[in-house]
Design a protein around this ligand. Structure first.
Ligand SMILES: [Zn+2]
Length: 482
């Protein structure tokens, strides 16, 4: 592919909507029965038991990135596929940076990839009450790095995939299990590398199910987001130059003063709000539960955001919700002199801008140039992705929605927009629908454990998630007999 992607990104916090939304998980309902199920009740129980053990085994595989060592995860899955008699392929993008995929063949409908990343972020054992790679079970919860991000999801994908394979159920489409390296550092040694170097793998693919969405349990309700798009990172480096000199004899202007002045203009600048359709749907969906202060505004955000005061208040109260209403820039890195008494010849800043998923990136860079209002400041692009939104008007999206609604009674299920990014953008770039979805409902108070300390997932979530993921695949790939 000709599209160049720049430097490697730092991992992104997965920002979850945290509006104070007020109904516990309803009794497990059941979707209308499919004519053919891959498993009977006993088989399903056995599959769930197996899931719990596999989640624990997988957490114990050390794939902390850096350095990654994802080939260990490849070996983990390869052993399972060997035992099941499933053909698979592997590829290393660099020594130790392994990727693995396997395919169950079906009919001619566009294939679905079950994607997860095998790497995890580092964990500081001093701040954990359990061994981060120990997968200890305490009070019905499995503790370990990757429990939420995203080894459990990988096992739920695997189990649904294995159940379909074992049953030999005829499928309408191919189902591909894919486990890739390096997502936590930008994915260029994983999903990005495969899209670039093994494009033939994706020729018949219509859909990717990936991390990035799922359920959040707050005081008395469950809210599911199916992520259909994300803010797009446009990371820029601004460089100012000037005459260097001694700190004791300042000139009227220097590289640093030019940079500071331009950054201050950017700091004060407010990007125009613009409510995209999935954002509007999301706000409308949470409006009723958002409380008196916000209900009316959320029900009509297009109108509400015209009030700059309201937008400022929203940013104070919920930076995530504010971020999905417009383009943003965070001033994050500054570099100038390395000595206190030396005026440096150049000074630079790196800014983390995130644009709405329909934004033209060149037009955005032009806007930044006019805001900085200093032609002497160079603007370099450190990294920029291509904006894209996945449609909710597909059978696969509807299957996620239908099964989730049936399984979590009273839960809201809405398309969502992520403020951060995942590997999904690599697939949206090549016109594959990508949906961020996990069947697990995680307590709101557990979300900071993602990339934080004492990351954990309940065994109940693993068991229920196994059942839901299988049901989703059956709905997506098994034709009901009329
Ligand atoms: Zn992740």
């Amino acid at each position: 592919m000709s599209r160049r992607r720049g430097g490697r990104g730092a991992p992104d916090a997965r920002v979850r909507p945290t509006v104070a939304l007020a109904c516990a998980i309803g009794a497990l309902g059941a979707t209308p029965a499919l004519a053919q199920r891959a498993l009977d009740a006993d088989g399903l129980e056995a599959l769930k038991d197996e899931s719990v053990e596999l989640v624990r085994d997988y957490i114990r595989v050390n794939t902390v990135n850096p350095p990654g060592n994802e080939t260990r995860a490849v070996e983990f899955f390869a052993r399972i596929f060997d035992a099941e008699g499933i053909a698979y392929e592997t590829a290393e993008s660099a020594p130790g940076r392994g990727n693995i995929w396997a395919r169950i063949e079906g009919g001619d409908e566009p294939a679905v990839i079950l994607l997860h990343h095998t790497d995890v972020v580092p964990a500081d054992a001093d701040h954990w009450t359990a061994d981060p790679l120990g997968a200890e079970v305490r009070d019905g919860l499995i503790y370990g790095r990757g429990a939420l991000d995203t080894k459990t999801l990988g096992i739920l994908h695997l189990q649904a995939f294995l159940a379909l394979h074992r049953s030999g159920t005829p499928l309408d489409r191919d189902i591909i299990f894919m486990a890739t390296a390096d997502e936590e550092a930008g994915g260029l040694f994983g999903a990005g590398w495969l899209v670039e170097n093994r494009s033939e793998l994706f020729e018949d693919v219509g859909y990717v199910l990936n991390e990035g969405g799922g359920g959040t349990v707050s005081a008395d309700r469950v809210d599911f987001g199916i992520e259909v798009t994300q803010k797009v990172p446009v990371w820029l480096r601004l460089v100012a130059t000037g005459t260097p000199g001694h700190g004791s004899m300042p000139r009227a202007e220097s590289s640093v003063t030019k940079l500071v002045r331009a950054l201050d203009r950017l700091r004060q600048y407010r990007f125009a709000p613009r409510i995209l359709e999935p954002v509007d749907t999301y706000f409308k969906g949470i409006a009723e539960a958002a409380g008196e202060e916000w209900s009316a505004a959320f029900a009509d955000m297009e109108h509400a955001v015209q009030d700059p005061e309201l937008l400022a208040r929203l940013q104070l109260e919920n930076p995530f919700l504010a971020a999905i209403t417009r383009n943003t820039c965070s001033l994050t890195r500054l570099e100038a002199s390395d000595k206190i008494n030396v005026v440096p010849p150049s000074a630079s800043a790196e800014i983390d801008c995130r644009v709405l998923p329909d934004q033209d990136v060149d037009a955005f860079r032009a806007e930044i140039r006019s805001v900085l209002n200093d032609s002497a400041i160079e603007i370099e692009t450190v990294m920029a992705f291509t904006p894209a939104i996945s449609s909710t008007d597909t059978d696969v999206y509807r299957a996620l929605e239908t099964v989730t609604r049936a399984r979590y009674e009273d839960a809201s299920v809405l398309p969502s927009v992520a403020a951060g990014f995942t590997d999904s953008h690599f697939f949206r770039d090549i016109d594959i629908h990508a949906y961020g979805y996990s069947p697990m409902a995680v307590p709101e108070e557990d979300s900071p454990r993602l990339h934080g300390n004492d990351e954990r997932i309940s065994i109940e979530n693993v068991r229920r998630g196994t059942e839901i993921m299988l049901e989703i695949l059956e709905r997506i790939a098994v034709t009901p007999v009329p």
